[in-house]
Write a protein that binds this ligand. Sequence first.
Ligand code: SAM
Length: 275
Amino acid sequence: MNLWFTEDWTDHLRVSLRIREVLHREKSPYQEICVYETADFGRLLTLDDIIQVTERDEFFYHEMLAHVPLVAHPSPRRVLIIGGGDGGTAREVLKHGVEVVQVEIDERVVEAARRFLPTMARSYDHPSLRLVIGDGIEYVKRTEELYDVVLVDSTDPVGPAEGLFREEFFRDVFRCLSPNGVLVLQTESPLFSSSLVRGVQEALARVFPVVRLYWGPVVTYPGGIWSYSLGSRGPDPREFDPARTRGLGTRYYSEETHRAAFALPPFLRELAAQP
Ligand code: SAM
């Protein structure tokens, strides 16, 4: 069988994964959702033909998105996740014994993950997680609740996710963060989307007193290196209690990789608002 899934990383660069079987394909009101069985990367979830997660390398991304801010915050109790429909981010967040509200716009992504990606979507059965189906941008505008950590695990900045990369959204998040609150959002490939990274960093710096850029590998994301942008009302994520990095059952995240994520090579330092 010679079946391949191909994503265009740029107009001149593509990545392909060999597919064993198409497990699911549907059009939701927001996007086309597909799940494939790949030859080498386990199951693959795509939205509008863009890779979201593979079972083989999702741990790089979910661990770095979740544990860095949760360990940076001195005592997180309430966490808001925006997006993250596959459930992988929630799985990592729940390891900290916190209460989680997750706001995902597309309930069909959650359903597909429940059916085909149980290693991630098992978090939806956890008693400390409340799932809200809705737009995260509207949610932070209206909520009266306070959160210690807000995580944005979104699709690329087009369609419903576009507003999740804007200053107005960051201001709304700031308002619903507790005094030591921390926001982290995935900010795409620092190589192919450097102006987006810089723009988010600058916007965060107009809202938050502490802004950091960190990075890590994700094999199947464009360029293989991924960026995360953090805005904090107080804690500096570079100062943390190493004891809290242990016992999390992680495969990439550790005390050392937490520190290493903030060691910015010169091309990344140029993108950081507060290097
Ligand atoms: N880790 C992935 C990546 O970087 O490619 C993202 C995974 S997760 C599947 C992204 C989720 O964000 C999708 O399920 C999508 O429906 C959701 N999403 C996009 N815009 C949203 C919004 N405004 N509010 C809530 N969820 C949103």
